[in-house]
Design a binder for this molecule. Structure first.
Ligand SMILES: Nc1ncnc2c1ncn2[C@@H]1O[C@H](COP(=O)(O)OP(=O)(O)OP(=O)(O)O)[C@@H](O)[C@H]1O
Ligand SMILES: [Mg+2]
Length: 260
């Protein structure tokens, strides 16, 4: 487990985040700080709110109350009367661009080639010229070891290759923070290694990462911090070595015993 040498810059600050779907309270006051260069693994049982929390950070869901700031810039905050307000749409988009997200099911555009998948957002959202977008995309495909798949359609790739393309696509927007939601859960076991290797390389480059995962080996070896969620609460966030030695909480201990 690497020691945390990140600086003190708060890349993600979530305070008392609450979110309900109808009558179901899915996030019950979740707080978490992630510093620059830190890798945080979020673990916990199914339905505990891990994906919802990640989606709130990336503004794929709106929160009911609480406070979220990305790199010190407020995305949403709640006043003393309990009214939650987001910053303007333009600011939400600008702040949202600081995070990139990788999903369990890749979410590649099936009708676009690998290269087209990568250059779409930089051209459309960032207004990057096609040549520059292609140069950036080719460099990232090379980085994830898929330069030769440039002109293939996603349907011709293995799951592990699709996920590495999805990571390259997220990186193409040059985010400061990468959010991963169970990036290897949809993969056959023999394909998880190549995706975890790519993520490990990103971590070694000091990318700030928040990773929802069931891969305890990855959490132990790559993450600086392990955060355990259960029933809409983030119960324990501890240095990974400490967490695996002693999760510090009965529900976390029971979960860990079940996973290992
Ligand atoms: N769009 C939605 N509408 C209604 N309920 C939802 C919605 N999304 C999630 N939920 C509910 O919120 C709770 C938390 O779901 P979430 O997907 O965040 O859990 P999770 O920890 O990511 O679980 P898993 O490990 O299975 O992915 C669950 O009870 C789920 O059914
Ligand atoms: Mg989930």
């Amino acid at each position: 487990m690497p020691s945390l040498t990140s600086d003190a810059t708060q890349m993600i600050e979530a305070r008392d985040v609450r979110k309900a779907f109808g009558h179901v309270q899915v996030l019950r006051g979740v707080s978490l700080s992630v510093h620059r260069g830190e890798v945080v693994a979020v673990i916990g049982p199914s339905g505990s709110g891990k994906s919802t929390f990640l989606r709130c950070l990336n503004h794929l869901e709106t929160i009911d109350s609480g406070h979220i700031a990305i790199e010190g810039e407020t995305l949403a905050t709640t006043d003393a009367q309990g009214r939650c307000a987001y910053v303007s749409d333009a600011e939400v988009r600008r702040i949202g661009a600081k995070t990139g997200m990788v999903f369990q099911h890749f979410n590649l555009f099936p009708h676009l080639t690998v290269l087209e998948n990568l250059i779409e957002a930089p051209m459309v959202v960032q207004g990057l010229a096609r040549d520059a977008a292609i140069a950036r995309a080719e460099a990232l495909l090379d980085k994830v070891g898929l330069a030769q798949k440039r002109d293939n359609y996603p349907s011709r790739l293995s799951g592990g290759q699709k996920q590495r393309v999805a990571i390259a696509r997220a990186l193409c927007m040059e985010p400061d923070i990468m959010l991963f939601d169970e990036p290897t859960s949809a993969l056959d076991p023999e394909l998880t290694g190549e995706v975890l290797r790519t993520m490990r390389e990103l971590a070694e480059e000091r990318m700030t990462m928040l990773v929802v995962t069931h891969e305890m080996g990855f959490a132990r070896e790559v993450a600086n911090t392990v955060a355990f969620m259960d029933q809409g609460e983030l119960i324990a966030a501890r240095p990974a070595g400490e967490f695996f030695a002693d999760p510090g909480h009965e529900r976390a201990r029971a979960f860990l015993q079940h996973m290992l």
